[in-house]
Design a protein around this ligand. Structure first.
Ligand code: AHR
Length: 508
């Protein structure tokens, strides 16, 4: 029995809090995410509240989504917020150059976004414009959103129908300045982040976490430039410091950026390459965390992974600029692997935002452009199965024995991913078996607390490529899992091939 693959979990040794904000989302003015996804307009035949789709809000409320990032992405550095306020029929139009070169009518603007956040019960993460916007523009947006007295911007907000200021706890200082957000060098942007961040002010009781636009993938030099910039004069210790967090973007693709692979037509080898690339998030987060530790051992500056997920070639017949892709069981396992990583780095990763919520990239929800029918994706179900991790204390999972591996692109890919957390009276263990064909038996050696009750859920499908459609909306959906048995050291779990399992424990 000692040779059995075992996960040792000390239930009485809670670690850092897994911020609920790592379960954050992202909605860009891109393709059918905002328009058609969230927003249909008040006159639509699709049921809506003030223009916002009722079914989308209901589905997302079940995920308890903690925050929503908007309006981009690359779009953010083209966006001028004053074009999106006031009477809708008088709002100026603009070209959405990044995404399909379509004309944007600004029907969905600041008030509509904040209304959406209130309907979702989510906190707002507004991303400002550094690439083509001014310091004054950014400063005035924050004043418009959050100031309560009779300041010029507060008065303008009232004139547009909103008396009370909103809370905006998160504000992004530009997006991808190394690319679409201005093609800047790291040091140049680091100075701008200090400058712009200075004018993102805390008005009244609204305290903003300013998020500097961070690295692409493993560009550790970018993070170092930002850490140097924020460390001057001890700013990391100053609550009025220029920024309090740094972002990171990393996408999982299967091939190259020119040919990223297909969402549904893939084989077993593709599956494993995808899993290898998804597990790379761990190495990348570790690398950035190490750079940050060197400047900020007390972990005052947070790492915000505000774009992550799969990026496949677009579905045939759809606009290449709209980034619409299907979502299979493979995407679900990519999500679970990433979330395990974020749980493990809970002391540094304070927020994460999967890209993007509806109809774009690794979406939670797909809507049919013709019928309006809504489908929950396999990725949605992973987020739903994990809600008990929100704000829970991370538990270390020590794996003993030989974790099965597979040689992929010269690297041994571990085929088990696991993480756990506790809230005091309960614990949740998340287990992903990445093996396409073989089940995996795992002993959960549960120490330090009595386990009074157990229940488990399973997400899998007959094929790796299975996905949900309006005709078969529950082809991939969680079911009760019967593969957990008592064991002398706790529990024994028989994970089916290509599956995601959550084991909920009631602690005595
Ligand atoms: O999420 C799609 C795009 O990916 C975002 O607009 C951009 O920030 C990133 O390159």
């Amino acid at each position: 029995p000692d040779e059995a693959l075992t996960a040792v979990i000390d239930l009485d040794l809670p670690g850092p809090t897994i911020s609920r904000h790592i379960y954050g989302h992202f909605a860009e003015h891109l393709g059918r995410c905002i328009y058609g996804g969230f927003w249909v307009g008040e006159d639509s035949s699709v049921p809506n509240v003030r223009g916002i789709r009722t079914d989308v809000v209901e589905a997302l409320r079940a995920l308890r989504i903690p925050n929503l990032r908007w309006p981009g992405g690359c779009f953010a550095d083209d966006y001028h917020w004053k074009d999106g306020i006031g009477p809708r029929d008088e709002r100026p139009r603009m070209v959405n150059s990044h995404w399909g070169d379509v004309v944007e009518d600004n029907a969905f603007g600041t008030h509509e976004f904040m209304d959406l956040c209130e309907l979702l019960g989510a906190e707002a993460y507004v991303n400002g414009n550094v690439g083509s916007g001014t310091v004054r523009e950014m400063s005035e947006w924050v004043e418009y959103l959050t100031r309560g007295d009779d300041s010029p911007m507060a008065a303008l907000r009232r004139a547009n129908g909103r008396d009370e200021p909103w809370k905006v706890p998160f504000f992004g200082i530009g997006n991808e300045p190394w690319g679409c957000g201005g093609n800047m060098a790291a040091e140049h942007y680091a100075h701008l982040a200090r400058q712009y961040g200075t004018y993102v002010r805390n008005h009244g009781g609204n305290e903003v976490t300013r998020i500097a636009a961070g690295a692409n993938s493993d560009d550790y030099g970018w993070t170092e430039a930002l850490m140097k910039a924020v460390s001057w004069l001890g700013c990391a210790r100053d609550p009025r410091g220029f920024f309090q967090a740094i972002s990171l973007h990393y996408y999982t693709i299967n091939g190259s950026w020119d040919d990223k692979g297909d969402a549904t037509r893939f084989d077993t080898d593709d599956w494993y390459v995808t899993m290898l690339r998804a597990r790379r998030m761990e190495e990348i987060v570790r690398g950035h965390a190490a750079v940050m530790d060197a400047y900020d051992a007390e972990k005052r500056i947070g790492l915000v992974v505000d774009e992550w997920g799969t990026w496949w070639n677009v579905e045939e017949g759809t606009n290449p600029g709209f980034l619409y892709q299907q979502n299979t069981l493979r995407d679900a396992l990519v999500a679970s692997v990433h979330l395990d990583t974020f749980h493990r780095f809970a002391d540094r990763v304070v927020m994460a935002n999967i890209a993007q919520t509806v109809n774009v990239l690794q979406a939670m929800i797909l809507t049919d452009p013709d019928t309006g029918a809504l489908v929950l994706t396999p990725s949605y179900h992973v987020f739903e199965m994990n809600t008990a991790h929100h704000d829970a204390s991370a538990l270390t999972v020590n794996l003993r024995g030989d974790v099965p591996t597979r040689e992929v692109e010269g690297t041994a890919l571990p085929l088990l991913s696991a993480s756990a957390s506790t809230t005091g009276d309960t614990a949740l263990v998340s287990l992903s078996n990445l093996d396409t064909d073989e089940p995996l038996t795992l002993v959960l050696d549960l120490r330090g607390r009595d386990v009074a009750g157990t229940s488990a859920r399973l997400l899998t499908a007959s094929t790796l490529q299975t996905h949900n459609t309006p005709e078969q909306p529950e082809a991939v959906a969680p079911v009760k899992f019967e593969g957990v048995r008592p064991h002398a050291r706790g529990l024994e779990v028989e994970l089916p091939p290509h599956s995601y399992v959550t084991v909920s424990l009631t602690l005595g």
